[in-house]
Design a protein around this ligand. Structure first.
Ligand code: NDP
Length: 331
């Protein structure tokens, strides 16, 4: 292993927080039983918040951001991993409380790692990233609650975003009829190509509605929260299931209990960060089986490690489309 490695580093000095791409001595890597040579990482919205310091994502300093990484085990004292193993990591507070993936090396707890499915390259794994793995957790939640392709149409909100795109593609490949909700109706062709049967404007869901509306959806995957989630719950079929994972439209939930107590609707909460390891592994295995990786190319753009800082600004400004991967090493 080299003496120094390149990383994005967020520091908190006397003049306030600062961020730069710099060389860091390898002996400053945090504690952990597995050292990974990072092959690829991503810029998620949360990473952009950390890099731009727009929100207190980072809990200790100095910090290497990056909530996702894929790479090869370089050193390990963990019996589950040996040098050369291909691994992936999503969440667990990495990039927030523990140095993350936007660096040539990461030292982490082996318990946080799962083997990378052979179906995926490192860059494909990062094109999926936390967004795609969360989408699969949502699909698994619908299945766990008994929703099948025969149950009826499944609604996906924020469908042109990261979670929504992968959810749409996976559901369609599994044989579900998907209704995709988007605020970008000009992305309709993109959504139909992913497998959506029909595309609905977000405005159909964004105004206050009745406690119970026409029963339409057997299942729903919601990234929006707020009024959109309230209206989705109100328009579920009897015993429908909503997997709620996001707050793109707001943290509040201006709903009534009517859908839950009169129609037996289930609201299933999805958290990817602390999700147990066996469920993560299952989600990645399912992604290898149920996601066509060729859909990833058109929605992915690559950014070099030393260009992450300006791109984080663009991401926060809403000027970036699709997923941003950060290829770091190929050897
Ligand atoms: P993206 O930014 O890629 O996509 C979010 C999408 O939400 C947008 O593309 C847009 O879709 C839609 N949207 C934006 N603003 C609004 C609004 N005001 N009302 C309704 N919809 C809106 O983010 P991700 O897909 O990566 O993440 C989606 C959400 O899920 C985020 O809130 C994120 O924090 C959360 N998340 C949660 C995780 C968990 O563990 N629970 C893990 C990963 C993400 P369109 O253009 O189609 O309208």
């Amino acid at each position: 292993m080299r003496d120094r490695f390149t990383a994005v580093l967020i520091e908190n000095g006397t003049g306030g927080q600062s961020v730069r791409v710099t060389d860091v001595p390898t002996d400053q890597l945090p504690e952990g039983d597995v050292t990974v040579r990072v092959a690829s990482s991503t810029l998620n919205y949360k990473d952009a918040l950390a890099i731009t310091r727009k929100s207190p994502v980072v809990r200790s300093f100095p910090m290497v951001p990056g909530i996702d990484l894929a790479g090869t085990v370089e050193e390990s004292t963990n019996p589950d991993f040996t040098p050369g193993d291909r691994v992936v990591l999503n969440g667990w507070g990495v990039g927030e409380r523990h140095w993350g993936g936007l660096a040539e090396y990461a030292r982490v707890k082996g318990d946080w790692l799962i083997p990378l499915e052979p179906a995926f390259t490192f860059d494909q794994a990062m094109a999926i990233g936390t967004a795609g793995y969360t989408a699969m957790l949502c699909v698994m939640a619908l299945e766990r609650h008994g929703i099948t392709p025969d149950s009826g149409e499944v609604l996906v909100t924020g469908a042109a975003g990261g979670v929504g795109s992968i959810a749409t593609a996976v559901l369609a490949r599994l044989g579900y009829q998907v209704a995709a909700v988007t605020g970008r109706i000009d992305e309709s062709d993109y959504l139909v190509n992913l497998g959506a049967g029909r595309v609905l404007p977000r405005s159909d869901f964004s105004e206050p509605g009745r406690p119970l509306a026409k029963e339409q959806w057997a299942g729903a995957i919601d990234v929006a929260g707020g009024q959109v989630l309230a209206n989705v719950c109100a328009s579920m079929q009897y015993r429908g299931v909503v997997a709620a994972c996001g707050l793109a439209g707001g943290m509040d939930l201006p709903a009534t209990v009517a859908p839950f107590i009169l129609r037996g609707v289930t609201l299933a909460g999805i958290d990817s960060v602390m999700c147990p390891r066996n469920e993560r592994r299952e989600a990645w295995q399912r992604l290898a089986r149920d996601l066509d990786p060729t859909i990833l190319g058109p929605v992915t753009q690559s950014v070099a490690l030393d260009a992450c800082i300006p791109v984080a600004d663009e991401l926060i400004a809403g000027a970036v489309r699709g997923r941003v991967i950060v290829p770091i090493s190929n050897d």
